[in-house]
Design a protein around this ligand. Structure first.
Ligand SMILES: C[S@@+](CC[C@H](N)C(=O)[O-])C[C@H]1O[C@@H](n2cnc3c(N)ncnc32)[C@H](O)[C@@H]1O
Length: 155
């Protein structure tokens, strides 16, 4: 099975956000295969539509598409560990999707099998790559009983 795909709008040209993604992605097994898509032009709606068409065209056939979206389910790390296990069991090509500055087009949200939110704060799309890779690594550690994740919370 091919490694999970990360379809992300925008091109990272080095910098701390790219380093953050590379750092966490290198720890994931398997690592995400990053595919960057060009930013759209025009009005916000046109940008979303153009970027959306490019995202849909880049999705592998039959992909289990997970859209990173503020309106999605907001899992905690333990729940994400459960979800990642289910996604792996589905035995379909897995693809995560991160939108651009204008967010994801309705066509992408409609195609997505699941929408995941990393919390109520809006993060810059380049930063979301690193946040997602860290969250997936943490989920992997939880599933493997690796002590990276310290589950303790005050009562
Ligand atoms: C700057 S945000 C777009 C904000 C846009 N106003 C919206 O509501 O989608 C760019 C992309 O980063 C991702 N993103 C940003 N914050 C997020 C969060 N808290 N949870 C999940 N994805 C997020 C989404 O994929 C989004 O399309």
């Amino acid at each position: 099975m091919a490694p999970p795909l990360l379809l992300a709008v925008g091109r990272a040209r080095g910098g701390p956000e790219a380093a953050l993604f590379e750092h966490h992605n290198a720890r994931l097994r398997p690592a995400l295969a990053l595919r960057e898509l060009p930013e759209g032009r025009g009005s916000p709606a046109e940008i979303r539509r153009r970027e959306g068409a490019a995202i849909l065209a880049a999705l592998p056939e039959g992909a289990l598409a997970i859209a990173l979206d503020l309106g999605g389910e907001m899992p905690d790390s333990e729940r994400l560990a459960v979800l990642t296990g289910k996604w792996a069991e589905a035995a379909r090509p897995l693809a995560f999707i991160i939108g651009g500055a204008e967010g994801l087009d309705e066509s992408v949200l409609a195609r997505a099998d699941q929408r995941i939110s990393l919390g109520r704060l809006t993060w810059p799309h380049m930063l979301v790559r690193g946040l997602l890779a860290e969250a997936l690594f943490r989920a992997q550690c939880i599933r493997a009983n690796h002590p990276y994740h310290r589950a303790w919370r005050p009562g």
